[in-house]
Design a protein around this ligand. Structure first.
Ligand code: PLP
Length: 472
């Protein structure tokens, strides 16, 4: 590349060192600033204005760009960030992400990602053990819970008796049963699989927002009577809007009796298997045929990083019976743990196992228990504050770090209360000191927090309520 001056510049490792040192210093300062009481969690802007800013942006150098990027981003490390359920990444894990970006080992085939592939197996085995699977289990990591749910449901479909849909295409009416509170990725996966409207059977929830057990029996019978083959019943652990766990033990037994694949969407709350205090919420998890857990939600790693676990490793290996002989030797699919590309949609894949592995090995698995206990504990603490306050109402007692609540005003009817809480949430967004979201439950608009940041304290929680009262 002697004559290519730009390439010479771009691949200069001395510049890398200089830029890298500067960047780490800059990001460390950023982390420090997030903890100052006067710092805000957000810097809200309308989409058009944000676009305008970047379209007219004058790029000078990396440092300047990162400064501007930071100030134009939402700050998850700020203890007043209480919005969507994405992890507040632990610094060691962030650094590992950098290494992964540098190595860029693709992982589609073993040769392109030796270490990361073996480390992925170690990580998956830890999760298999934690959920109570035996040595017949295995799994794979995917880029996110959405893709993980699709991957697991494809395995469920391929495991249907008397059909090879991968080979023959879909000849029958198929259905998935899931609670009406489930994350939309299940619905989306089912539709991607060609199931259509009628193939996504939404089971009603009980007053506590968990799948209603009796309603499940009725929905299942109706679906079968209507001529559908049920691919899977999906339990939410926990559901997204309310953070409530379905009764996994009941669903597991029901699936066993009816010989149906049991899938658990544990993207958020599956991580509670690491907590002595909260793992009972997942009672029955070991009955599942497949489970997904995001590490970029409750396990402190940057996005995206998800484990897909299969109770029966053979069934988990039969989904993609597609020959790609230039990549894989034509051996038994089940044995080739080291060619993880056989078990996932993805071809080139991020070395996502590393960011979980470093946390595990540096701090011990107890770090994940601390994180769950701390954050779920904050959820309870916040619920108590809300409950004590006469101007606020809880939607329900939280089981996790997700809490739905609303501001109450005497003399207001339901529609006025909805308008008021919607306005409060919009004002909070534009004010930017705190970041929280909202949820609609049975046509009622609630404010919703997900306490993702272990640096959040009771003082921040109280200040949020004070601020809402002021806005109201
Ligand atoms: C977040 C979430 C998902 C989607 O996972 P991504 O990693 O965001 O793709 C699926 N299910 C549940 C219950 C979730 O909370």
């Amino acid at each position: 590349m002697k004559n290519y001056h730009l390439l010479q510049q771009a691949y200069n490792f001395e510049d890398f060192e200089k830029n890298g040192k500067q960047l780490i210093e800059q990001l460390s300062t950023y982390l420090k600033v997030q903890q100052l009481p006067e710092s805000k969690a957000n810097n809200w802007q309308t989409p058009d204005k944000e676009l305008d800013y970047w379209e007219n942006y004058q790029f000078n150098d990396l440092t300047g760009f990162v400064d501007d990027l930071l100030s134009h981003s939402i700050h998850l490390h700020n203890p007043k960030y209480m919005g969507h359920q994405v992890s507040v990444p632990a610094p060691l894990s962030i650094l590992t992400n950098l290494v992964s970006g540098l190595l860029n080992n693709g992982m589609a085939v073993y040769e392109m990602g030796k270490a990361a592939t073996a480390i992925e197996k170690c990580v998956v085995e830890l999760f298999c053990e934690k959920v109570g699977y035996d040595e017949n289990s295995n799994g794979v990591m995917t880029s996110g819970g959405t893709l993980a749910n699709l991957t697991a449901l494809l395995a469920a479909r391929q495991a249907l008796k008397d059909s090879d849909i991968w080979q023959d295409g879909c000849q029958e009416k198929l259905a998935v049963l899931v609670s009406n509170q489930a994350h939309y990725s299940i619905d989306r996966a089912a539709r991607v699989m060609g199931l259509g409207n009628d193939g996504v059977v939404l089971v009603p929830v009980n007053p506590g927002f968990a799948m209603d057990n009796q309603a499940l029996e009725i929905s299942y019978q109706k679906t079968v009577d209507a001529g559908f083959k049920v691919i899977a019943i999906v339990g939410s652990a926990c559901s997204t809007a309310t953070g409530i766990y379905d009764d996994l033990e009941f669903i597991g037994n029901f699936c066993q009796t009816n010989n149906v694949w049991f899938h658990i969407d544990g993207a958020h709350g599956g991580a509670a298997v690491f907590s002595e205090k909260y793992k009972s919420l997942l009672k029955g998890i070991e009955k599942a045929d497949s489970i997904i857990i995001d590490t970029h939600k409750m396990m402190m790693t940057p996005a995206l990083s998800t484990v897909v676990l299969y109770k029966d490793k053979v069934k988990g290996s039969q989904t993609f019976h597609q020959k790609a002989q230039y990549l894989f030797e034509d051996k038994g699919y089940d044995d080739q743990w080291y060619n993880s590309g056989l078990r996932t949609f993805e071809c080139t894949k991020f070395m996502m196992s590393l960011k979980f592995y470093v946390l595990w090995k540096s701090y011990g698995i107890e770090i994940f228990e601390e994180n769950i206990d701390c954050l779920y504990g904050l959820g309870k603490e916040f619920a108590q504050l809300v409950d004590k306050h006469q101007d606020f109402e809880l939607a329900l007692d939280p089981q996790t770090n997700i809490v739905c609540f609303r501001y109450m005003k005497s003399g207001f009817d339901e529609s006025q209360l909805n308008d008021l809480n919607k306005t409060i949430r919009q004002s909070l967004l534009e004010d930017s000191e705190f970041y929280i979201v909202q949820a609609v439950l049975n046509d009622t608009i609630y404010l919703r927090v997900t306490l993702m940041n272990p640096l959040t304290t009771g003082v921040h929680l109280q200040n949020l309520l004070n601020k809402i009262t002021l806005i109201a």
